[in-house]
Design a binder for this molecule. Structure first.
Ligand SMILES: NC(=O)c1ccc[n+]([C@@H]2O[C@H](COP(=O)([O-])OP(=O)(O)OC[C@H]3O[C@@H](n4cnc5c(N)ncnc54)[C@H](OP(=O)(O)O)[C@@H]3O)[C@@H](O)[C@H]2O)c1
Length: 287
């Protein structure tokens, strides 16, 4: 296998998403984001995960345009913030996103948080699919019973559910809840937000030695073989190159099971829905 053999997942709406991408959370708008996205595209990565809340969509759009790569070859995911939720309101927010990203369409549009008028927003997102402004729609952070509420109300079922997911918190129960909708998990904090204890787990060191790979590469390979969509964040070109270099080896089923055994229910972001609603709901992106 070579880098060119990166894997794709067919979503429940028949679109094909590159399973590996680059996340740009906490990467500042301007040269940092432009350079990181440009570097990723240069090495063959074809999937970028941004959000209105990250306030770097303009830089993502600029790097995509300047790359000279056909737009159809690149997958762009972005996310609506709750202050943009509501029938009519969300369509306007989508039009503004298209402008910021300087593109004709968004590949995957997510509801970033599970509060606000998410049902109203979803109706506009479905309309945006009909109008060709968006190809695929999904949700993020819906882990309460609002997940089922939205999925049952939806005409177009969410293609993905983006949540915290890594070897310490593998989301087994959530996966079962979304199976019937054909929804798949996208992992945020795939490396535990860079947590040293997770990365330095002796099992990853041992497997790394066997495959001549780093601990991070073992973790990312585990995500891939679990069928999870993954987009670790880094602006370090050498880390980025390593992260993408995981398509030339495969963990055995026994090794996959050993990693499954590391699940200890530890979240790195552990804030109650009530507190999220209070703090995140009071904030919104400046532009
Ligand atoms: N929907 C949501 O609410 C939500 C929430 C959080 C994140 N996300 C998405 O998920 C993406 C990933 O999450 P994240 O960025 O917070 O966490 P992450 O990808 O788990 O971890 C990022 C950290 O890992 C380090 N790292 C990356 N590659 C490495 C390597 N090869 N070797 C050593 N360290 C490495 C990075 O440091 P260096 O920069 O030094 O490489 C950085 O500190 C985000 O960018 C965003 O797109 C979504």
């Amino acid at each position: 296998m070579s880098r060119n053999e990166q894997t794709f997942i067919t979503l429940n709406d028949n679109t094909q998403i590159p399973q590996f991408g680059l996340g740009v959370y906490q990467v500042p708008e301007g040269p940092d984001t432009v350079n990181a996205v440009a570097e990723a595209l240069k090495m063959g990565i074809r999937h970028i995960d941004t959000a209105h809340a990250y306030q770097n969509e303009r830089s993502v759009g600029k790097a995509v345009k300047e790359s000279g790569i056909e737009r159809e070859e690149i997958w762009i995911t972005t996310k609506l913030w709750p202050h943009e939720y509501g029938e009519g309101k969300t369509m306007k927010a989508i039009d503004q996103m298209l402008e910021r990203l300087d593109t004709e369409y968004i590949d995957l549009l997510l509801l970033h948080q599970q509060f606000g008028d998410y049902l109203g927003a979803w109706k506009d997102m479905e309309k945006a699919v009909e109008l060709g402004k968006v190809r695929s729609i999904g949700i993020s952070n819906f882990e309460s019973n609002r997940l089922e509420e939205l999925c049952e109300a939806a005409t177009i079922k969410p293609s993905v559910l983006q949540v915290e997911c890594h070897p310490y918190f593998q989301q087994g129960a959530l996966k079962k809840r979304i199976e019937k909708y054909g929804t798949v998990i996208e992992s945020w904090y795939p490396l535990g937000h860079g947590d040293k204890n997770l990365i330095q787990e002796p099992l990853f060191t041992q497997l790394g030695k066997k495959y001549n790979k780093s601990n991070v590469q073992i973790i990312l390979r585990w995500h891939i073989q679990e069928g999870i969509i993954v987009f670790p964040r880094t602006t370090n070109p050498s880390h980025m190159k390593d992260n993408f270099d995981i398509f030339d080896f495969a963990l055995t089923e026994e090794e996959m099971n050993q990693i499954r055994g590391l699940d200890n229910g530890k979240r790195f972001y552990n804030v109650s829905l009530e507190d999220q609603e209070k703090t995140l709901g009071a904030w919104h992106p400046a532009n």
